[in-house]
Design a protein around this ligand. Structure first.
Ligand SMILES: [Zn+2]
Length: 412
């Protein structure tokens, strides 16, 4: 395997229930640096500032994992069974799952605690980690939310997904960390207390900044135990995102992973150094970012779309069996570009999130409140509005509309 599982002394904990963490998030808006866009000759998306617009030049596909021969063997094979063509994958019993110094038995749901060890010891506040260990063997799917503390939809997406699971029917494990950035969440802030963006510091280091240390702790104690990871985000700075995946489609394993998500736009993005997604993929973990909606808000429509898609993923991975009804035969892949305002003023949109637009079509206007000048913002290509700013005061250069143009999958 690409990493060594941590062997820890064992405790057993069985706690069920959501932590009482629903504190009112203040609506402090944090300044974030918007970096200039940059073109590259390879396929790449220019991302929302949420993930940074400065993508790396190219991604190196990972080595394909060797076939898992163990999966073919089974202790349940009947000795009298006749040779037959490849049957359904055989069910194997689940195993004890050791995480965060605790053993979780097959068929159990548990709430564990992750403490990054950076707080004042006497005031330490651990971050809840929800674990469902299936009665049957299977892969480990991890879900992370609120890496940016003001992004609330992911918290609810993880709650609904994890608490809907029946460990007695699950194959594999689901690990949910609804609020990775607990200090930021309590402050209603995207950032850590040291003003750093945690999603630029993975996989972290033991002796670096506060953000480095928190990232390192999460990565070593939890993330390395995952086979698959979905890191859930929202738009930032008063922007909203159509439910979508950000994935490095140059990586064959990640590209295949995206096929499990029903009704999701998939935006190709190699990712930036320091992002949880980038670091996890580099560690051999199939990882995508799932974007849904706006920060500071709970949006049930967006949450439902994401929960639906995660359900389809778990079925595709053989973890659950729900006779899932697929909405789309295949995901739709996009390249994307941000269209920026060229004038300051008040932005009024003419289109809605998810709209299909044509090149030259007016997406909205920037209205000068003093001179009454109206400056239209037009689409630069045919495509779909996969992200957009909400109506607000903007300055020249503000990224207002994220247009996705349908693309072929690399290598196919
Ligand atoms: Zn985010």
């Amino acid at each position: 395997m690409l990493f060594e599982r941590l062997q820890k002394p064992t405790h057993f904990a069985l706690l069920i229930g959501l932590p009482a963490l629903w504190l009112p998030a203040s609506l402090l808006a944090d300044p974030a640096s918007a970096k200039p866009a940059r073109e590259s000759d390879i396929r790449m998306a220019e991302l929302a500032e949420d993930e940074s617009v400065e993508d790396i030049e190219q991604s190196v596909p990972l080595q394909a994992a060797p076939p898992d021969n163990d999966a073919v063997e089974s202790t349940l094979t009947s000795p009298t069974a006749e040779p037959e063509p490849e049957p359904e994958p055989k069910v194997r019993p689940g195993e004890v799952f050791t995480l965060l110094d605790s053993d979780v038995m097959p068929g159990d749901s548990t709430r564990l605690a992750w403490a990054p060890g950076i707080q004042i010891a006497g005031l330490s506040q651990p971050t809840p980690v929800l674990v469902v260990n299936g009665v049957n063997a299977g892969p480990t799917l991890c879900l992370t939310g609120a890496v940016h503390g003001d992004e609330l939809n992911g918290i609810e997406i993880i709650r609904q997904t994890v608490y809907d699971l029946n460990p007695g029917k699950l194959s594999g494990r689901v690990v949910g960390i609804p609020i990775v950035n607990l200090p930021g969440f309590q402050q209603g802030s995207r950032y850590l207390p040291d003003r750093r963006d945690l999603n630029r510091h993975f996989p972290g280091s033991l002796e670096g900044s506060l953000a480095d240390r928190i990232a390192y702790s999460l990565f070593e104690q939890v993330i390395r135990h995952c086979d698959m990871l979905v890191d859930i985000h929202t738009g930032s700075l008063k922007r909203t995102n159509l439910p979508q995946l950000r994935a490095d489609m140059n990586n064959p394993e990640v590209a295949e992973f995206t096929r499990g998500f029903d009704r999701m736009a998939v935006v190709h993005s190699t990712g930036s150094p320091g992002m949880l997604r980038t670091a996890a993929v580099a560690a051999g973990i199939r990882t995508v970012t799932l974007e849904a909606g706006e920060s500071h808000r709970i949006q049930q429509h967006q949450i439902s779309a994401a929960v639906n898609s995660l359900t389809s993923l778990m079925e595709r991975q053989g973890m659950i069996s729900r006779m899932f009804v697929w909405g789309d035969p295949e995901p739709v892949y996009y390249d994307s570009d941000w269209i920026r305002a060229n004038h300051g003023g008040i932005l009024f949109s003419e289109i809605e999130l998810g709209a299909r637009v044509s090149k030259g079509e007016v997406l909205g206007y920037v209205s000068d409140p003093i001179t009454n000048a109206q400056h239209p913002i037009r689409s630069t290509s045919d495509g779909r509005v996969i992200g957009m700013a909400v109506d607000q005061v903007v300055m020249a250069g503000f990224a207002a509309y994220h247009i996705g143009t349908e693309a072929e999958i690399p290598g196919e």
